[in-house]
Design a protein around this ligand. Structure first.
Ligand code: FAD
Ligand code: NAP
Length: 324
């Protein structure tokens, strides 16, 4: 069991955590990144990435994250194979305990633990992931241009995904398990008025059908939630949009949360209510949830952490002068 100390402790190794690390390391903060169970974050479970700036050709998500980590390490980041199991935010220093038993102490703390899309958990969903089944229309909608697509869910996310997909498809169907939507009225109005969108009410997905090795998704096996009747719905692209679960359980009772568990930050900044504790990426952003926005807010968190540490150093200097 060891204690690791740093000026900048970063929890999470996705684009937000590594974006913060690159800026922190270049400012000589010798950051520590605790990687968690998914080193590299969500992009490591996808294939083609076409919207990260700087690459004309299609790149692979896992490759992009390896490059980000290599850059972070090259400029002085220390990467730790560990998962944080508890935190004490009463500092600075802020204290985190790893699954390994190691203790991490940071004079500043950057939380970049991300969010995971919720899945239906029905047969075929995982097997056809990336082969017709997706949880991110902004990321994958382009791959289904000109095709008939479906969105599953009835909240703001589902309606926004359906509206977004009309940029790529003339035939979008929103499939919802009840007969009214949870989404805000203004979004519902836009959805119902849209000529490219149809809504299929009272239907749940029994399973996804297709061959992952030959052509991918072909149709959805549906069940009517009122009559129990079964039916098939032909589609090559299905977007599961039933919500996201931000990884914030660690911070419960220590940081304020909004919108179903996202960390609350001062608008337009990565600052939480605790000075010296910052949140960036999907863990605080239920709206954009993109690699580039995650990396961007990671940068903001590191810059704000640097300012916080400079103020801390100044205050310590003043105290020392008074004591002398
Ligand atoms: P994440 O990438 O979720 O990383 C979170 C990190 O926190 C992980 O490293 C995890 O191990 C760590 N962590 C969590 N809990 C702990 C803990 N207790 N202790 C230590 N570490 C912890 N975006 C795009 O811009 N373009 C795309 O093409 C695109 N495609 C996508 C395809 C798929 C299938 C998915 C799921 C997402 C896609 N996205 C895409 C979205 C993008 O991946 C996310 O917006 C981005 O990864 C968020 O970055 P993040 O760093 O905030 O969080
Ligand atoms: P949400 O509001 O929780 O809605 C989830 C939807 O998925 C619900 O319609 C739910 O059905 C459905 N669902 C859940 N589990 C399901 C299952 N197993 N099978 C079938 N359907 C299932 O999630 P969200 O839309 O992601 O929104 C999350 C939060 O972020 C909300 O606070 C939302 O306002 C916010 N948000 C805001 C914006 C914005 O302001 N523009 C955009 C996106 C999200 P039921 O309705 O039957 O429960």
């Amino acid at each position: 069991m060891a204690t690791h100390t740093t000026r900048m402790l970063i929890i999470g190794s996705g684009p937000a955590g590594l974006g913060a690390a690159i800026y922190g390391a270049r400012a000589m903060m010798a950051p520590i990144v605790v990687q968690g169970l998914q080193p590299g974050g969500q992009l490591t479970i996808t294939t083609d990435v076409e919207n990260y700036p700087g690459f004309k050709d299609v790149i692979q998500g896992p490759w992009l994250m390896q490059e980000m980590q290599a850059q972070a390490e090259h400029v002085g980041t220390r990467m730790m194979w560990d998962t944080i199991v508890s935190v004490d935010l009463s500092g600075p220093p802020f204290r985190a305990v790893g699954d390994s038993g190691d203790i991490y102490e940071g004079e500043s703390l950057i939380i970049a633990t991300g969010a995971q899309a919720k899945w239906l958990g029905v047969p075929g969903e995982m097997e056809l992931g990336g082969k017709g089944v997706s949880a991110c229309a902004t990321c994958d909608g382009f791959f289904y241009r000109g095709k008939k697509v479906a969105v599953i869910g009835g909240g703001n996310t589902a309606v926004e995904e359906a509206l977004y997909l009309t940029n790529h498809s003339d035939d979008v169907t929103l499939i919802h398990r009840r007969d009214n939507l949870r989404a805000e009225r203004i979004l519902q109005d836009r959805l119902f008025a849209h000529p490219k969108i149809t809504v299929l009410w009272n239907k749940s997905i029994d399973h996804f059908v297709g061959d992952p090795l030959a052509g991918g998704l072909t149709h959805l096996a549906l069940r009517d939630t009122v009559t129990g009747e079964n039916s098939d719905f032909a589609t090559e692209g299905a977007f599961v949009a039933i919500g996201h679960a931000p990884a914030t359980e660690l911070f419960r009772d220590q940081l304020e949360m909004i919108d179903g568990g996202y960390l609350k930050v001062e608008p337009g900044t990565p600052k939480t209510a605790i000075p010296g504790v910052f949140a960036c990426g999907d863990v605080m952003d239920h709206v954009y949830r993109q690699a580039v926005t995650a990396a961007g807010t990671g940068c903001m968190a590191a810059l704000d952490a640097e300012r916080f540490l400079a103020d801390l150093d100044f205050a310590k200097g003043q105290t020392a002068e008074v004591a002398a």
